[in-house]
Design a binder for this molecule. Structure first.
Ligand code: ACM
Ligand code: ZN
Length: 608
């Protein structure tokens, strides 16, 4: 089998790597030996099967033993190691995984997978693969390593959700935030309120074309085709179990009190207008009528009944209640809401939302659970047990940590994976904001937090909203290779990260592996490495290929570049005279022949 030039170059850089001489031959008849007496390692053998079945056509035979055996892949736990940490030691005689927990052993197996040459996947009749002699020790720097998938703007089947979980597992992420209810659809079966899915899971139409920009845009065009889907409680349990086998916790999100148009369409009495208002599930962003009425006890009864079924389905300690982007105009005109404000001595509608959050917080606490919500839930007073998910930048998370609340950082400017990867007009229709890989990679979740405050940082999460993402394959495209950068943020301390090394050494090997697997992914854009204004007002711009082996063709006349256009050499320097405007367009072509997006960069120094 062809070997990668440097096999361990495809890993998230571990804490310690010691390379040795020689190889260990892993074959279809190598045994997996479990050294712990308990059953906690059972899932790890499932993970081994997932890694090795595609190579050998079958998994390894598993046996138990008291001491490591030569010629075998030995797996054991050592409680003295950090829980998610592991050591993977390959010697010519045997392979050994020692981990702080079964989860740690699972991550070691994911690392092992990356030591297997990419060519082994997809090749027929592989009998043996050579693993390099190496010792790798690693542990994640953050305990919460999350990804959110919005299944409301578009519905994804159980199989598509499982594929997303597989991608998470490969990248050693451990929290799946499942955004299950919103204005565009209610996706979880609730037995007590069947209309939530009978009525609330189907909308009549969906926006087509690009992000129109404004909230409500009369020029929006719709497909006039119903879109829907929901998960039965059995399917929810199936996904939760599938995730658990990959050491992933599933946090459900039930949005309240805003983003509730699907619930209101099913049960209009949940709103401020006593059922008089007629609601319709949104095919795009909707107006302020998407809020539940916190003035009525019946609303709380509904929410508690829904949460009862939710907590029975999800073992996660954290339960997400949304709380974002709730407009309060309906409450201003609602006698019940105003009566509640008066009776509870609340200052205004913002405190009314806080009142709802506090009540739900107490309710969840009474069930042994903990509330997590978007950073808006801080407004009007933080609820005692609440965990904050900071999405409107990092300020909310920083403020919450200062008040000794736990936080998950998921700032929009770094970790919203629904954004475009490049400036290209050739990108699939996306949210009209761009987020290059380099920006994601450079994010430090501890930024702005003192050492003392960092103890409240649970971790990081990327969010994939799906207004413009309609298929499972497109989910893959939005996630890859971005989730690799996320994984590195979550696993590696800042001191160990290097964009230069990541993008020029490990990323190409990683993308080659995606090529071998036939995965959909965003080819990173060419780097702009220097932009500076020179003396005399000229402007200099330097660009280079995203990684070695990638060819970049460019034009300066606004035309889309083809392979016959001029090629960017190692580096291309463009000088724009003072007062002039130029457009540089580049197209990157990877060694596998994948074309990257065209990047359009407007340059120019207006002079003066
Ligand atoms: C959000 O992006 N509205 C949480
Ligand atoms: Zn009301």
């Amino acid at each position: 089998l062809a070997e990668l030039p440097d096999k361990d170059s495809v890993l998230v850089v571990p804490e310690r790597v010691a390379k040795g001489q020689g190889t260990f031959l892993l074959t279809a008849s190598t045994e997996a030996v479990l050294l712990s007496g308990d059953d906690s390692l059972a899932c790890v053998t499932g993970a081994l099967d997932q890694v090795l079945e595609p190579v050998f056509g079958k998994g390894l035979r598993v046996r138990h033993a008291d001491v490591p055996l030569d010629g075998a892949l030995n797996i054991s736990c050592d409680a003295a190691m950090p829980a998610d940490g592991y050591r993977l030691e390959i010697t010519p005689g045997r392979a050994e995984i020692v981990a702080g927990s079964a989860a740690g052993a699972f991550y070691a197996v994911q690392t092992l997978r990356q030591l297997i040459p990419a060519a082994a996947y997809g090749a027929a009749n592989v009998r043996a693969v050579e693993l390099p002699v190496v010792t790798i020790e690693d542990k994640p720097c953050l305990g919460y390593r999350g990804m959110m998938l919005d299944v409301c703007r578009h519905f994804f089947t159980v199989d598509e959700v499982k594929e997303a979980l597989d991608i998470m597992a490969l990248h050693k992420l451990n929290v799946f935030h499942w955004h299950l209810t919103d204005d565009q659809g209610w996706r979880i079966e609730i037995k007590k309120y069947p209309k939530l899915t009978e009525v609330g899971s189907v909308r009549s139409r969906t926006l087509i074309g690009r992000d129109p920009g404004g909230e409500y845009d009369e020029t929006c065009r719709y497909d006039e085709t119903p879109h829907g889907g929901f998960y039965t409680q059995d399917e929810i349990r199936e996904v939760v179990a599938y995730a658990a086998e990959r050491y992933i916790t599933v946090i459900p999100e039930i949005e309240m009190p805003g983003h509730s148009l699907a619930a209101l369409t099913a049960y209009p009495w949940l709103g401020c207008t006593n059922g008089d208002e007629s609601y319709e599930i949104a095919g795009w962003i909707c107006g302020p009528g998407n809020v539940l009425c916190p003035g009525k006890e019946s609303t709380f009864e509904f929410l508690e009944n829904v949460l009862d079924e939710v907590v029975a389905l999800f073992p996660s300690k954290l339960i997400h209640i949304g709380g974002d982007e709730c407009q309060h105009t309906r409450w201003e005109a609602c006698p019940d809401c105003q009566a509640r404000i008066a009776a509870e001595g609340l200052r205004d509608e913002t405190q009314l939302q806080s009142y709802l959050t506090h009540r739900i917080d107490s309710y969840l606490a009474s069930k042994g659970r903990q509330l997590i919500g978007w950073d808006e839930i801080m407004e009007g007073g933080l609820s005692p047990g609440a965990v904050i998910m900071s999405w409107r930048g990092t300020q909310g998370g920083i403020a919450a940590a200062r008040e000794h609340h736990h936080v998950v950082m998921t700032p929009g400017q770094y970790l919203y994976f629904d954004k475009r990867g490049t400036d290209s007009p050739d990108e699939p229709v996306s949210l009209n904001l761009s987020l290059p890989l380099e920006k994601i990679y450079g994010y430090d979740p501890a930024e702005g937090l003192s050492e003392e405050e960092q103890q409240y940082l649970l971790g990081v999460q990327a969010n994939l909203w799906t207004e413009f993402v309609a298929t499972g394959k497109r989910v893959e495209y939005q996630l890859l290779p971005r989730i690799y950068a996320l994984s590195e943020i979550a696993w590696s301390p800042v001191a160990r990260k290097s964009w230069e090394e990541f993008s020029r050494q490990r990323l190409p090997a990683y993308l080659a592996r995606l090529d071998a697997e036939g995965a959909a992914y965003q080819v990173p854009q060419p780097h702009g490495i220097r932009e500076e204004t020179l003396e005399g007002g000229c402007f200099r711009f330097t660009i280079r290929p995203p990684f070695p082996g990638c060819r970049v063709y460019y034009t300066l006349n606004g035309a889309t570049p083809y392979d016959f256009d001029r090629e960017v050499p190692g580096e291309l320097e463009v000088i724009v005279p003072r007062g002039e405007q130029r457009v540089l367009k580049c197209v990157a072509v990877t060694p596998a022949g994948r074309r990257s997006m065209v990047v359009t960069t407007r340059m120019g120094n207006p002079g003066e």
